[in-house]
Design a protein around this ligand. Sequence first.
Ligand code: AP5
Length: 221
Amino acid sequence: MALNRALIFLGPPGAGKGTQAKRIAHHRKVPHLSTGDMFRDAVTRGTGLGKLAKPIMERGGLVPDEIVMGMVEERLAQPDCASGFVFDGFPRTIPQAEQLDAILKRLGFGKPLVIDFEVSSDMLVRRLSGRWTCSIGGEIYNDFEHPPKVPGICDKDGGKLLQRADDRPEVVKDRLLAYERQTKPLVEYYRRQEVLEVVQAGASVDDVHRQLNEILARAER
Ligand code: AP5
């Protein structure tokens, strides 16, 4: 079934936003819009945007709002966004959320549905330290919970699995801090708009997926 809305996955680094966003976007045939993936792609290609974002990401900070917003607006203008999309890691600050509200209105979408991924910080650190991502298709694995059949190789397309530079423990600490200071206030922002739902993201991947589908089914009734 088409999504016909903006779905926003909110939550700290390692909460499982990317894992779930890929599944939901695939089932609903809408784009998965991860600003983190967009910046990593720009870094890999060595573009001007990538050169700007790289040092900020490496120290666990947030890319300035105006840069993020320009990139997002450009992406939302693509025709594949016409029947909805899943945001993963965006918005991340109050100004980003306010500007997104205006953009969604202009594009004719109603209010977004926002899902807050709740999970303990001990679990986040463990998940990030065990994460591997496919260099071809972006499939996400985890040494502890969801290891690949052959270490270092993607089950789906045989791509090489890579660890993210910002998953080093010293950077994770600063990413968690940036989340607490700049992104967590969005929980209250969206609660006030009465568009916030919560999933218990410490559960298994399948169980979180089930919780999300229940929320979507309720929202679509
Ligand atoms: P970004 O790429 O968005 O990273 P993040 O928000 O820190 O989130 P992660 O990708 O680390 O975690 P996730 O919640 O997606 O977890 P995942 O599913 O992979 O951003 C990176 C950087 O880009 C930022 O620090 C910033 O510099 C910049 N940036 C991006 N957007 C920006 C913006 N809007 N404004 C400014 N700057 C921006 O899962 C983690 C691991 O856990 C995996 O190994 C997975 O297999 C495992 N796992 C997932 N779910 C479960 C489960 N239920 N049970 C067990 N294991 C699980």
